[in-house]
Ligand binder design. Sequence first.
Ligand SMILES: [Zn+2]
Length: 432
Amino acid sequence: MLRRLFTVLAVTGVLAAPLSAQTYPTSWDPSIMERPDVKSALALLEQRFPQQVEEWIRIAEIPGKSKLEQARGAYVKKVFEEEGLQQISVDSIGNVTGVRKGTGGGPTIAIAAHIDIVFGPEASDGKVRRVGDTLFAPGVGDNTASVANMLATLRAMNATKFTSKGDIIFIGTVQEELGLKGMAYWLDHNTAPDLLIVPDGAYGVVSYGALGIYWTKYVFTSPGSHTLGSRGRPTPVRAVAEAINRLYALEFPALPDGAVMNIGQVHGGEIFNSVPQELYFTVDLRSPDPVLLDSLDEQITRITTEVAEKQQVGLRVEIDQKSRAGGTEKQLEGARAHPLVQTAIDINRALGISAGMPGAREAVATGATDANIGVVRKIPSIAIGGSRASGAHQLTEYALASTALPSTKLLYLLTATFADGVKTMPPARIVP
Ligand SMILES: [Zn+2]
């Protein structure tokens, strides 16, 4: 597990040679923690944390498979109503929105936590198993922890009469696991916020980039035939075999700045004694580099088309997801320089939140969360982990409950820091 995690972090750029000493503008002013309302909010989050964990478990036990998030949406909506948010709505894809109005003249901050999870109720008993500080359940880390963190942040703001100049928009997004579809819909149908904060992703790492993700299905077709008449006849099986072979022969640079391609599914054929009429495989292609991503995508389409022609079979290309890439680290230097990123790093340091791996980067120019949608639209956007968790997208997923408290404080302090405007403090020096 650790070695696998090391590999994942190394590939996603978290473990890489530290950048040469570079200073970035920050808005973090530690003295904010002495501000009476902020001080009492942080104390309240600590005091109420046992209830927050109970709520986390309650939400984790509400079915929330992507596209079937309605019950979780209703729960979040109820809390938004109880907490007096305005303009509460559930849009036609199921995103739940509520606005905590500011006094005016400040940046609009959107906090978006996805409420969907990968697994449906059929996959487990739907119960959270608690062993000491560890919570076991599918989706408990990704992303139910962050939903509970978002609601606890809202309650702490209200209980301490927190005021902001800017509006704070709370969003429970849907279909994140199906390609960030809820967030894309939300930004297509609402005014873009000035800042987007997404509780999701790796604990202790600030993600300010967007890994482009293309999911495509290549379906090869033929009239089919019985085995007895199959000799020398076109078959989608040979086409699939040849196409896959040629795709794996493609050469391209590796992540973090290059790309990764995975053929995750091959399906088709019902019986022994016939040439199947349809056979398909799926490609999961990812890169932060929009140019590389599109050129690889084009090469794959060209290769599959050539193979289909050569093998005299039909081809249907079905796009399941095309989440755009936000740019390589070099291309995202502007985004890295926005104080939202350094401020999150500084608050992580102040709260003692870290990825817990020697050499792990505090900020990465990649990400596969709802923040991606903000990044590619040039909205200052970051993703911040909701808890230290492991086994995301697996039935064995677990999260360390106690780590959600500092994550919630991070979310609260980030919002409090920017609520009245994006001001920058004297640059913080990064010690390599
Ligand atoms: Zn997630």
